[in-house]
Design a protein around this ligand. Structure first.
Ligand SMILES: NC(=O)c1ccc[n+]([C@@H]2O[C@H](COP(=O)([O-])OP(=O)(O)OC[C@H]3O[C@@H](n4cnc5c(N)ncnc54)[C@H](O)[C@@H]3O)[C@@H](O)[C@H]2O)c1
Ligand SMILES: [Zn+2]
Ligand SMILES: [Zn+2]
Length: 345
């Protein structure tokens, strides 16, 4: 089969021929139709310090995917050959305290598809049966391929009740844009999105943001005034990983506001803790998706809302055949893109 592989320690990837993976006991083999490109893949391709510490080459990259089930390992009874599926990329241990309590998303020994084990930038991928999310037969493959980042957005956005609240999303990357669409869907009052890229802010506006603010040019306080907001945002969704974004968010929150943080900062950074404390702000870290509550939520919301489906689809701006993977990586790195999807069919 074809596979996009990190062959050895160092920058670069190669599209090579490899033996097909075999599904072991409890595992499922999926023929990949589409796979989404994510910031993680760019770090792995470039081979930064993080990549060097976590990856043991050779490794097939890719963790956002959609395809068809083609093989079942011993003992797998919950899914069937021929079904369409997406995959949860976090593989949990099943035996730590959190796993045993049913809180699998906070497993202390999570390993990741396409990082710690072979991934989905290939004709076939093998994952544990419990990580398979069966999709409807008529699922749009592009949409199916972005369930992982959509799940990040849904997990973050549904962390706190949003109905009637003023919501600030900092960072209009693919996940921030999807978060804006979800906040709109679940009934927020104002949904405001910030970024420093007009290209990305246009995506956010198209996906349902009421107001977008380029914070390289304009302050959030002005945007609040434009909306007639007098007390500050009730909910903050941090989706940029930028210390400046966090600082401006804290400056623009109401007392008692709640913040869900998905964006991964490159380095530790200071924040105004005095403000967090005296304004009684709640800050919650978010990693991945709840297994599998987030998956139920996002499937249900997409099923009943054509508007939300369109909004999520609009985040996919670039599609490339697998052979043109380099163009896909270039597009993703340029920042002038939403989600980039590779076609393996
Ligand atoms: N916690 C998790 O499980 C998880 C999973 C996936 C991604 N992430 C992280 O979530 C974030 C969003 O993911 P993505 O794929 O959409 O990322 P992305 O890098 O495509 O988007 C981040 C956006 O933030 C913008 N930005 C930079 N500085 C800003 C500022 N001062 N104010 C507002 N916006 C600013 C950038 O221009 C960019 O558009 C990233 O930090 C990513 O590393 C976390
Ligand atoms: Zn990802
Ligand atoms: Zn565990």
């Amino acid at each position: 089969m074809r596979a996009l592989v990190k062959q050895s320690a160092g920058p670069g990837l190669q599209l090579v021929e490899r033996p097909e993976p075999v599904s072991g006991p409890g595992e499922v083999k999926i023929r990949v139709e589409r796979a989404g490109l994510c910031g993680t893949d760019l770090h792995l391709e470039q081979w930064d310090d993080w990549a060097a510490t976590v990856v043991k080459p050779p490794l097939v990259l890719g963790h956002e995917f959609f395809g068809e089930i083609v093989g079942l390992g011993e003992g797998v009874t919950e899914v069937e050959v021929g079904q369409k599926a997406s995959g949860e990329g976090h593989v949990v241990c099943g035996s730590c305290r959190n796993c045993r309590a049913g809180r699998r998303h906070v497993c202390i020994r999570t390993s990741s598809v396409g990082v710690n084990r072979d991934g989905a930038f290939a004709d076939y991928v093998v994952i544990p049966a419990s990580n398979v999310w069966v999709q409807p037969d008529d699922m749009d493959p592009d949409l199916g391929a972005v369930f992982d980042p959509l799940g990040n957005a849904v997990h973050t956005t549904l962390s706190f009740p949003l109905a009637g609240e003023d919501v600030l999303v900092t960072g209009a990357g693919p996940i921030g844009v999807m978060a804006a669409a979800i906040a709109r869907h679940v009934g927020a009052r104002h949904v405001v999105v910030t970024d420093i890229s007009d290209y990305r802010l246009d995506l956010a506006r198209n996906a349902g943001a009421d107001l977008v603010v380029n914070v390289a040019q304009r302050r959030l306080a002005d945007a609040q005034a434009e909306l007639g907001m007098k007390e500050g945002f009730d909910i903050g969704l941090e989706m940029s990983g930028s210390p400046q974004a966090m600082e401006e968010m804290l400056d623009n929150l109401n007392h008692g506001a709640r913040v869900a943080m998905l964006g991964l900062p490159q380095d530790p950074f200071p924040i105004d803790w005095g403000r967090v404390i005296t304004h009684m702000i709640t800050i919650k870290g978010i990693y991945g998706r709840e297994m599998y509550d987030t998956w139920y939520s996002m499937s249900s919301m997409l099923q009943t809302s054509a508007t939300l489906r369109e909004a999520v689809r609009s985040v996919i701006t670039h599609r490339f055949p697998a052979e043109k993977w380099q163009q896909g990586f270039d597009a993703a790195r340029s920042g002038a893109c939403g989600k980039v999807v590779l076609d393996w069919s």
